[in-house]
Design a protein around this ligand. Structure first.
Ligand SMILES: Nc1ncnc2c1ncn2[C@@H]1O[C@H](COP(=O)(O)OP(=O)(O)OP(=O)(O)O)[C@@H](O)[C@H]1O
Ligand SMILES: [Mg+2]
Length: 264
């Protein structure tokens, strides 16, 4: 194994990832929950900072806890106060030897606080559903990001690097020409992560009920657990992709190589 390869043992430390896209329903909160599930399942501390006034991540935690589908190593903090966001991150950053994933969920609309959040975060992701509207709005989001990054650079600040992640991907045999067209255009014009999230019932179940690994544990049969486990593997591949990209490391072969045939 190459020494520049990301492995399960590679220390990842404390890092903050923010999910942005001004397009409503692009999958920001789903991406947050999938990454939170993946990190919690590998035993990391996870803090989800919910800056959406709807407090959907906080309610997710409350409801999942009541159902026994939550874990001790993850918490959701609802706040619309930038000071509290900074305080939460700074507190976690004191323990750099720990594996701690801090995730910031944002809402669709533009907010002046995004400038600050992007300077604090280590990495930013914009989920993209490959269709016409989402492509257009994500292109706008990227243009907005570029202007902001340039402005910050002029002040001597740095914006977290932003990469686009495909969401709601169908398995290849089921992809429409439109979907394929926008996937190709995304790779031609945007800074893309190679990992993606498929369209999966398991992600809807996650949003409705709780953490992926807890849902899988609670299933009565192997077959029922397996579609949730495949979603967890996909989310883990995404987390690994983000960490490897962030740390300049090589990503081993994704575990979800059989994804073509396994959407559930
Ligand atoms: N990969 C996926 N598989 C299945 N369903 C998905 C997936 N991604 C998103 N969805 C569904 O699409 C809807 C919108 O997703 P989500 O809430 O994550 O978007 P959002 O960007 O957070 O929206 P908002 O801008 O309103 O906060 C939800 O019902 C969610 O369950
Ligand atoms: Mg949301």
């Amino acid at each position: 194994m190459a020494s520049n390869e990301l492995t399960d043992e590679t220390p990842r430390g404390v890092r903050t990832i923010v999910v942005i896209n001004r397009k409503g329903g692009a999958g920001k909160s789903t991406t947050i929950k999938a990454l939170a599930s993946a990190a919690a399942a590998r035993g990391e501390s996870v803090t989800v900072i919910d800056t959406d006034v709807s407090r959907s991540n906080y309610l997710w935690m409350e409801e999942a806890t009541a159902k026994g589908l939550w874990a001790d190593n993850i918490k959701a903090v609802p706040t619309t106060s930038l000071d509290q966001v900074i305080e939460t991150i700074e507190k976690a950053a004191r323990y750099q030897d720990q594996e701690h994933l801090i995730l910031i969920d944002t809402f669709g609309g533009a907010s002046p606080a995004y400038a600050d959040i992007l300077t604090i975060a280590d990495f930013a992701i914009a989920p993209l559903i490959p269709d016409k509207d989402n492509f257009a709005e994500t292109t706008e989001t990227l243009a907005w990001y570029r202007r902001l990054a340039d402005k910050l650079a002029a002040q001597g600040d740095r914006a977290a690097p932003l990469m686009v992640m495909l969401n709601m991907i169908q398995r290849q045999a089921l992809q429409s020409a439109t979907e394929q067209h926008f996937i190709e255009r995304a790779f031609e014009t945007m800074n893309m992560l190679s990992s993606f999230l498929g369209e999966r019932a398991a992600y809807k179940e996650m949003t409705a009920n709780g953490l992926l690994h807890k849902i899988a544990e609670g299933k009565s049969t192997k077959a029922l657990a397996s579609h949730v486990k495949r979603a967890l593997i996909e989310a883990t591949d995404l987390l690994n992709d983000i960490d490897a990209t962030r740390m300049g490391l090589v990503l081993p072969e994704p575990q979800a190589e059989e994804l073509e045939t396994t959407h559930g």
